[in-house]
Design a protein around this ligand. Structure first.
Ligand SMILES: [Zn+2]
Length: 369
């Protein structure tokens, strides 16, 4: 789906506690200050595990990129990924539809499953075959002279654990998000978030107790983050703007006149007079090409005359969106230039239009209802 992302260079908000280390596909990859502290801490007492830590960092980053690139493909802008010592966070600018949230979430753990699978194949094919990791574990990594093979063994195990750990249904972790998206398809976003969030908090309390009594500080910290994160998401879902849950298809005008690129401006002028529509998607076959707005039509007639073709004055960069896209997300990314929005399916077929007037009418009716 082209043209949804190129709306302008997206500004990254300032965050004095993290530092951009590289940019991938327009996404700022940032290291949080606590991450640098963790590296220094590990390096100070255990230099041997630094390579593993860095390998793990790359795998977690790839996991986040799995989320981020899927989100971008589905039309949600992603500004940055911030890496913390306990994991990464890809910041989505808008709440995706349940179907999209499901796909975006699954993509992260899927990356780790693929990496673990590749490592498994590599070890199987390498001389010596699969090591017996359950008995040797970390000790083999530190002591085994065959360091490359044991390094990959550890990395493969780490990726398998990352996939399993992230899929635990403890919202806002990935597993919990998957549960939320599946519930949201049936009972709506707010109720789904409340249920998934409460389940996440119960699991976090259980994990926190276990971490405390077994002396596992990392688990205790993660449980704390999950507990607070779940609470914040529940609060956010209940207080959000009513617009946040509006999808394009809720406000779209489905019956839309389209025009051909070879129509003259005079002909389009006739349509403008005799229909209620102000803006006309230009379509060839079943492909959307651009939008001829009333302003462009009038300007075009003044500058190029009544016999100019629609294709020469249409706006090729008018905002487009999918029927399931969030209206609020669209407004946030396009600002003043958000309307009119051409709604197309994945194959660039025009489904309808959303104009400022539609939105006004929709809000008015909702208030009356
Ligand atoms: Zn994830």
């Amino acid at each position: 789906m082209p043209k949804r992302q190129d709306s302008a260079e997206i500004q990254v908000p300032r965050d004095p506690w993290s530092l951009t280390i590289l940019k991938i596909a327009g996404i700022h990859i940032r290291l949080h200050a606590t991450f640098l502290l963790a590296i220094a801490w590990i390096a100070s007492f255990d230099r041997n595990s630094l390579p593993l830590f860095i390998g793990l960092f790359v795998c977690i980053l790839l996991h986040e990129l799995g989320h981020a690139l899927t989100a971008i493909r589905l039309g949600y802008p992603i500004r940055r990924i911030t890496m913390y010592p306990i994991g990464g966070l890809a910041t989505l600018e808008a709440q995706p539809s349940p179907k999209h949230e499901f796909l975006i979430t699954v993509a992260g753990p899927a990356v780790n499953v693929v990496i673990a699978g590749l490592v498994y194949i590599y070890l199987r094919l390498s001389p010596g075959g699969l090591p017996n990791v359950f008995f040797n574990g970390l000790r083999s990594y530190v002591q085994d002279p065959d360091t490359i093979r044991s390094y990959f063994t550890m990395l493969g195990l780490a990726n398998a654990s990352l996939a399993i750990f992230n899929l635990l249904p403890a919202f806002p972790m990935d597993g919990g998000r998957i549960v939320r998206s599946l519930l949201a398809m049936r009972i709506g976003q707010v109720a789904a978030t409340r249920i998934a969030g409460r389940v996440g908090q119960v699991l976090a309390v259980a994990a926190g107790f276990y971490g405390f009594f077994s002396g596992n500080i990392t688990l205790l910290i993660i449980a704390g983050f999950v507990f607070m994160g779940a609470g914040q998401e529940i609060a956010a879902s209940q207080s959000t703007d009513p617009l946040a849950r509006v999808r394009m298809q809720d406000v779209m005008v489905g019956r839309t006149e389209t025009i051909l690129p070879g129509m003259t401006l005079a002909e389009v002028g006739e349509l403008l007079l005799h229909t209620h529509q102000h803006d006309f998607p230009v379509v060839l076959g079943s492909d959307y090409l651009g939008l001829l707005t009333r302003e462009r039509l009038i300007q075009g007639i003044a500058q190029q005359g009544r016999d100019a073709f629609a294709s020469s004055v249409m706006d090729r960069d008018a905002p487009t969106a999918g029927p399931d896209d969030s209206l609020l997300g669209h407004l946030q990314s396009y600002g003043q230039d958000a309307f009119p929005i051409v709604i197309t399916d994945a194959g660039q077929r025009v489904l309808g239009l959303v104009t400022r007037d539609n939105l006004m009418e929709y809000m008015l009716l909702r208030r009356l209802a």
